[in-house]
Design a protein around this ligand. Sequence first.
Ligand SMILES: Cc1cc2nc3c(=O)[nH]c(=O)nc-3n(C[C@H](O)[C@H](O)[C@H](O)COP(=O)(O)OP(=O)(O)OC[C@H]3O[C@@H](n4cnc5c(N)ncnc54)[C@H](O)[C@@H]3O)c2cc1C
Length: 1005
Amino acid sequence: MSNIATIQLEIEQLGREIFDLIDKDRRHPSLFGDIDFYGRLMEWSMRDPVFKTQMFRFVDVLPTLTSPDDVVKHMLEYLKDVKAPVSTLIRSALTVGRLIPAIPATLIRQNVLAMANLFISGHDGKSALPNLRQIWKEGARFTVDILGEAVVSEREADEFAARYSGLLDFLAEATRAWKLEGPLAASEPPFVNVSVKISALCARVQASDPETSIAAIMARMKPIAIRAKKLGAFINLDMEHFGLKELTLDLFKKLLSEPELQDYPHFGLVIQAYLRGSQMDTEKILDWARQHGRQFTIRLVKGAYWDFEKVVAAQKTWEIPVYLSKPETDANYERITRLLLENRNVVYPAFASHNVRSLAQAAICAQKLGLKPGDYEFQMLYGMAKPIRRALVKLGYRVREYCPVGELVPGMAYLVRRLLENTSNEGFLRAKFGANTPIPELLSDPASHLSNRRQGAPDNIASSGSQRLTAVNRPYQEPHFVNEAPTDFTFSSARTRMTQALEVLRAKLGQAYPLVIGGKQVTGSQQMVSINPAVPKQVIGHIALGTTLDVVNAVAAARTAFSHWSRTPVEERSGFLERLAGKLRASRYELAAWEVFEVGKTWSEADADVVEAIDFCVFYSQEMRRLGRGRLTQEVPGEVSIESYVARGVGAIIAPWNFPLAILCGMTMAALVTGNTVVIKPAEQSSVIGARFMTLLQEAGLPDGVANLVFGTGEAVGSLLVAHPDVDLIAFTGSREVGTSIWQMASVTHRDQRNLKKVICEMGGKNAMIIDTDADLDEAVLGIIHSAFDFQGQKCSALSRLITVRNVHKRLVPRLIEAVAALKIGLPEHPNTDVGPVIDQDAFEKIQRYIELGKREHYLACQAQLPSGLEGYFISPTIFTGVESTARLAQEEIFGPVLVVIPANDLDQAIDIANNTPFALTGGLYSRSPQNIARVRSTFLVGNLYVNRPITGAIVGRHPFGGFKMSGGGTKAGGVDYLLNCMFPRVVTENTVRRGFAPETETVW
Ligand SMILES: Cc1cc2nc3c(=O)[nH]c(=O)nc-3n(C[C@H](O)[C@H](O)[C@H](O)COP(=O)(O)OP(=O)(O)OC[C@H]3O[C@@H](n4cnc5c(N)ncnc54)[C@H](O)[C@@H]3O)c2cc1C
């Protein structure tokens, strides 16, 4: 028998022993049978996915519901349509609840609380003590973790740090007399053991600047660690989502390198085996330990954020960092198990799993390597696997239970994660305790599943060959558009490239930029300068100012080029867009760096703008291929009618500075791919980016004259273009004032004009977000901050009116204000900056005037002090409360970091307030009431409505963007209808009957 087969036999033998003990454990015949409500909930959830989703969502929102009416209302909304057999409790709740809500509300609360208490050991260390004592009495150990709300402010981070320190002190004192005896006692790690989530120690973890985030976390973590050392306690850094992985590993190494802590071995970190790179991470950290002569603990888990990682990666079109099939995770877990045990001289391994196969494999592997049960430990989650824990203790292993403490509201997220884990189709616990899977299957070698699968054995495991979800398992659609992935600044390579790009550009600032007309550079007699709004004395470029003659020449050049470009085959025009996308991609760091300097965008905002420009190129090229094929209007014998499109003529592209590349590129590409030629006028403030864009058009091979570039002000060059009789199409994005005047000017027809001018006009908004009483405030606070203050609120989609329903105001606004205070205001070139300058002096003064008005008429709730030394047009994020919905601040577009909070008595009033402006661009809602979400969906009239997420950041193809009323003409940039605005539709009808014979339609079309 081979070595592998022998080991497998031994694993099976140990596994069976564990299962025997579990089955004999009278106290827990079934993991899901402890409490009637919980047991049934699990049972139905496993049977009915709809019930599972609805019930878990209800459990999630329950603690925030303050009145019995609210509880019953939500229960009805979530559960009335589920088909699962309903328990007496829920059935009575649904009927009685309508009459006497207090009865079912109390009942359901008690049951959910009892369920939460299965997994949460107490609301703090003190109340958890009886449970910890019980664990100890049963021969196991514990580690305590604190559950809490998402940390969004410095005060909350300080509070968390204090709670961790307090917990250490409390546990050290309260457990002083607890002793462990038996064979393992000699090698016992510290008895007091606390698990820390680093995200709780930092108000804002900034992906593009981990060093600053690490410094902020260290400032709170180090005193905790020193306290732990003094008390002889153990500290573990838990591992959270993938975006924090590198930061956590770096922080861990930094912490252990602190002089005061260098000789202390009782720290631990976590490796998540579901991550594809986890084996490499383990090898690296082991190397580091050897090189630095350090010893510590590694807790090996599979990973708790599997679904989340997939969702994030799919939304961002990033590589999925986790394995996509369960046996791959399991097999990797076993590989890393071995690696840790082989390196027992530098690490103390803790195998955290409830999977008997994984546990047995670790124990047998350790035994083969000559290690004893005291050389490592097993860990389980409180309430998840008591019978397994007891079985392992009985067999002489060291077992530690992970015991979260916390209040019910923050505990709900944890509870729902546990419920999901227990009911997961692929999870061990469900397989064993829910589905009664046969033991040989439960103990089978995961590696054997993989090899079977590779040989084509049928199973239901998803392929992990491709790691991009967007392209996986989709029915073929033509054309399949995939968004460009934004840069993930958590990777140090990306940060280095951005830093280098900024450095390279610094040497290129202040150059001269000519006009481009008919492919030739034209250096005007007059110039303007483009400056850095963060450092106004820094000149970004000297820009040639276009004259009337230049405008006339540019339109003439575009007209000349139109005759061949409009006849250029669609395939070639689409091909050009794809080449341009390639150029943009190749220059993405450089272009983002220009945006940082010229318009004051932070790194991620600048990167997002470049990504969007690439998306426009690819999306419109594909759309044009589709439209270019024409459309058979109807199938009738003997006649073929084809609808197709022709270009309008010459387009004027009048672009804004706030998305200096994306909108400029999107409007230009739409015009070009449809066969028009263009004269481009970038905004004065972002002229250098406009010039860089023009160079890329030329480098991508655009024939001379097809696109022409004229710089200048809107009043001069913009107006000339709009009024020019030879301009057929105007694509404008900007303010309402300019947009409406363009609309008017374009309606005037000249004697020698060819076409009625088509105006694509996208203007601003006075965008509102409604926060319902049951909203998830952890999410809402972050969503509000992103929506209102990213790029200093200078997005047409930005949030400027926050409408709070009833009592949510009291809970939300103080947290929001503290979170805003944690934003870093500074130079956008610094990676840790959240808030940069506004675009120019005019904008600065206009916004300041509104702020002064606000101070006179409303209550200034928040405006942080600006850091000293900033010379640019910086304005602190500002919030006014107590604002009437009709006040000027609540009606006029400010285009800066100013947010007004308007209270509403109920949802109806909130919707009325939201709709009561001349604009209809974006809007948002945070709510967990399905009924309220449905109501707002149908009655909040805006072009783009976002539910339970920020209201900015529309993605090409996914969120076609644009509004109506005074926000625009109803066009949707990045949507399938957009290109139609740039073309005239034509229908050609041919009679195909000859001598009474009509061919099949397919043969002629
Ligand atoms: C004491 C303790 C501490 C923990 N600390 C952390 C921590 O700091 N960070 C953290 O992230 N998790 C942590 N966990 C959570 C842990 O990751 C989950 O409980 C664990 O993943 C469940 O794994 P299992 O081995 O018990 O069960 P199993 O049922 O064998 O495995 C389930 C796991 O497999 C993975 N998986 C499921 N489906 C697939 C699929 N289709 N393809 C690939 N992989 C899949 C997921 O990771 C899932 O959680 C901890 C767990 C314990 C017991």
